[in-house]
Design a protein around this ligand. Structure first.
Ligand code: GLU
Length: 425
């Protein structure tokens, strides 16, 4: 089957989870995945929805919606972050949980996939409210989480701070100290060196691997990075340290372009002093946010939200390489346009798997009670990413398909084997 036919089948879908299944179907057909395994993967293992009452600073109780979806435990305990955002809903969490299953398998980690979320606007809440909300979530999910069961981590809108509260709440409930039940913790509580920058680092390593395949020298290329949070800022910094000229950056407050290159260190320092936002940065010209993705560059790193690359802007993107730092930045219809235009896309489940890879290292260190140096973590991370990239590249070649479908195939090969070895029940 040609790439064109394959991706044409991943047709339009309202639901994010259906968009994941559409890509799963394309990969399944190409690799001849067993129907039983496909059926199992189309249905998450467990879905928990809870009402979370929180005493707000105004003295009133507000009830928040909390979700945790365990998509698969075929390969090992489920792993995946918890996001705080207003658009969190069951369908989105299901899609993100499924992506975690595939992401962990692509990175060759001994994990299944899960995701959690709370529908809230963390920017509009006080620190005290956020702490009470995080603890309330853990109380609701105490039977889901476990060091060998389901291991959460940060995602959009959460960080080490929320993980610390959650770990403390879990330990109080169980009466035991289980640092490995949650990853992305502060270092003082058993976090891993290198975890904070890991997703951005993975984006950098995947970008360099792809550039190598394309015969391009990082020192000769320009990049645009959309999103300046944990993933985008570290990716931009690490890419610029490798000699890539970052010409465009942006976040939810403002976007900027400078054909001579942006001083990323200065941008990071500016954001740190400006409530973690770029609005008002003077190291480049401000441009309309819609312009950023279609600005002139060789490498485009969408590292903000999902569904930002659609059929319209996909036709106008000037980059020859896209490395997806965010989860789900490209809708399936845009895949087709990008493939037609021969733009190489290193897909999210490979490109942003550096974060969960170092989460895995954190979990291993917690289990062993022995901690590695940052250099050890980075070396092991880079090696794992290079291997994962190589496996996906080889499958793209073998199955004559896009890197995205090849990443699904790489993951499904591992998951299918695990499901079959476990036998029937
Ligand atoms: N939330 C991150 C992701 O989407 C990290 C997950 C983890 O470390 O478990 O990959």
């Amino acid at each position: 089957m040609s790439t064109k036919t394959a991706n044409a089948e991943a047709a339009s879908h309202e639901s994010m989870f259906e968009a994941v299944l559409a890509r799963l179907d394309v990969a399944a057909k190409l690799m001849n995945l067993s129907d039983d395994v496909k059926t199992i993967l189309k249905n998450p293992v467990k879905q928990v929805q809870a009402s979370l009452p929180v005493l707000m600073d105004n003295g009133k109780v507000q009830v928040f919606e909390g979700y945790r979806v365990v998509h698969s435990v075929a390969v090992g305990p489920s792993k995946g972050g918890i996001r705080y955002a207003m658009d969190v809903n069951q369908d989105e969490v299901m899609a993100l949980a499924a992506w975690m299953t595939f992401k962990c398998a692509v990175a060759n980690l001994p994990y299944g996939g899960a995701k959690g979320g709370i529908k809230c606007d963390p920017r509009a809440m006080s620190v005290g409210e956020l702490e009470r909300l995080s603890r309330s979530y853990v109380r609701a999910m105490k039977d889901v989480f476990g060091v060998n069961k389901d291991i959460p981590a940060p995602d959009m809108g959460t960080s080490g701070r929320e993980m610390a509260w959650m770990l403390d709440e879990f330990n109080r409930i169980t009466g035991e100290d289980s640092p490995g039940v949650i990853t992305g913790k502060p270092i003082a509580l058993g976090g891993s060196l290198g975890r904070d920058a890991a997703t951005g680092r993975g984006v950098m390593v995947n970008s360099l691997e792809a550039l190598k395949k394309l015969g391009l020298n990082p020192k000769d290329i320009t990049a645009v990075v959309q999103g300046f949070g944990n993933v985008g800022s570290h990716a931009a910094r690490l890419l610029s340290e490798k000699g890539v000229k970052i010409v465009g950056i942006g976040d939810h407050t403002a976007s900027f372009y400078n054909e001579n290159g942006i001083d990323i260190k200065a941008a990071i320092e500016y954001a740190a002093k400006n409530k973690n936002t770029l609005k008002g940065f003077t190291g480049a010209t401000e441009i309309p946010s819609g312009q950023l993705l279609i600005s002139k560059c060789d490498l485009l790193v969408p590292a903000a939200l999902q569904n930002v690359i659609n059929e319209d802007n996909a036709a106008k993107i000037q980059a020859k390489l896209i490395v997806e730092g965010a989860n789900g930045p490209t809708i399936p219809e845009a895949d087709h346009v990008l493939n037609e235009r021969k733009i190489i896309v290193v897909p999210d489940i490979l490109a942003n798997s550096g974060g969960v890879t170092v989460s895995y290292f954190e979990w291993v260190q917690n289990k062993a009670g022995y901690y590695w140096t940052e250099q050890e973590v980075n070396l092991k991370h880079d090696h794992k990413m290079e291997e994962a990239f190589g496996n996906v590249w080889a499958n793209a070649d073998k199955f004559k398909t896009s890197m995205r479908i090849a990443a699904y195939i790489t993951a499904l090969q591992k998951i299918e084997l695990a499901v079959k070895l476990k036998g029937n029940y």
